[in-house]
Design a protein around this ligand. Structure first.
Ligand SMILES: C[S@@+](CC[C@H](N)C(=O)[O-])C[C@H]1O[C@@H](n2cnc3c(N)ncnc32)[C@H](O)[C@@H]1O
Ligand SMILES: [Zn+2]
Length: 302
């Protein structure tokens, strides 16, 4: 975790800021002396008491998601997302990106990788490299997912937090908030965003993987019409732009198994029945992943 990211964070006990830690410190301490340990695995647990009732993804589900994403099947989405983030970031020397519901940190890693490569391309010579810094905070309620996220994004602050609570970040600290298939707390996102900041939301389209949805009810995609999304954010945000991203896929039986297990259906799939169904599949199954990226601007500051 980069010490400078800590400047944006607030203590969940007293709401005050932290003393900026030394690089590599294994705890953060607020100005009132409340101390929080950085776990051996690199994430920071700020969650006090119980979070909202939440059924955590199992190890098998997290493994399946990592394997599927690492195979690059959703590269089209991560590329499109990275371009949206780049367009939304201000041309300042430092910027803060918050990934709400970061999971295993795959998309944040892809976005940060893209931004790093672009800023190196854009500058005149090696002496200017890394002159622009994008700090990142990943929030998630699952410690298990955050262990992975901390490995993928070691410079980000990967924080155990419940998105339905007041976020442990100061008002007007974030330039971009990303929400990729995760809970949306509109008032808190509006509070932490700077004026002129952007909220970027990724949702699956109804057509998402429709071709394989029938295989044993593998996918429990929640259809969300764009109008419903815009309505749910309307108290604090207005829609600036939205576009669809379609990724044509050729999936092996193992890929189909991973995509089934990584979603909400993974909680109740019978592995034996799944194995039998996968054995019936051809070498490759064609499918289309279909997403929407919606960019919102805050209409009010909380
Ligand atoms: C479908 S996953 C998406 C993860 C990641 N954005 C991605 O696309 O790979 C949803 C994530 O939201 C997290 N989540 C669910 N409820 C949450 C809450 N109340 N607070 C924080 N995170 C939550 C889960 O732990 C999970 O990592
Ligand atoms: Zn405190």
């Amino acid at each position: 975790m980069e010490p400078c990211v800590v400047e944006a964070l607030l203590c969940p006990h007293c709401g005050l800021e932290y003393i900026v830690p030394q690089p590599g410190a294994n705890s953060v301490v607020c100005v009132e002396g409340h101390s929080f340990d950085v776990a051996r695995q690199g994430y920071l647990n700020l969650l006090t008491g119980h979070g909202t009732k939440f059924l955590p993804d199992t190890a098998a589900m997290v493994n399946a998601r990592d394997a599927f994403l690492d195979a690059g099947h959703y590269q089209g989405l991560s590329d499109a997302l990275a371009r949206q983030v780049e367009a939304a970031l201000p041309p300042t020397e430092t910027a803060l990106l918050v990934d709400a519901g970061t999971g295993t940190g795959y998309y944040l890693q892809q976005v940060l990788g893209f931004l790093g490569a672009r800023s190196n391309e854009a500058v005149a010579g090696p002496e200017h490299r890394d002159s622009r810094r994008v700090d990142a905070v990943g929030l998630d309620i699952s410690k298990f997912a955050l262990r992975r996220a901390a490995r993928r994004n070691p410079r980000a602050a990967n924080i155990v937090w419940d998105l339905w609570r007041a976020l442990p970040l100061g008002a007007n600290t974030a330039d971009v908030v990303l929400v990729i298939f995760a809970p949306r707390n509109a008032s808190e996102f509006a509070r932490i965003l700077k004026p002129g900041g952007s909220l970027i939301v990724v949702t699956p389209l109804p057509a998402h993987l429709a071709e394989i949805a029938k295989i044993a009810g593998l996918l429990a995609i929640q259809e969300e019409k764009e109008a419903a999304l815009v309505h749910s954010m309307a108290s604090h945000f207005s829609l600036v732009s939205s576009h669809e991203v379609l990724c044509p896929l050729e999936l092996s039986p193992a890929d189909v198994g991973n995509v089934a297990l990584m979603g909400p259906a993974g909680h109740h799939l019978d592995p034996v029945a799944l194995g039998q169904q996968l054995a019936q599949l051809p070498e490759l199954t064609a499918a289309t992943a279909a997403f929407r990226i919606s960019v919102f601007a805050p209409t009010s500051q909380a």
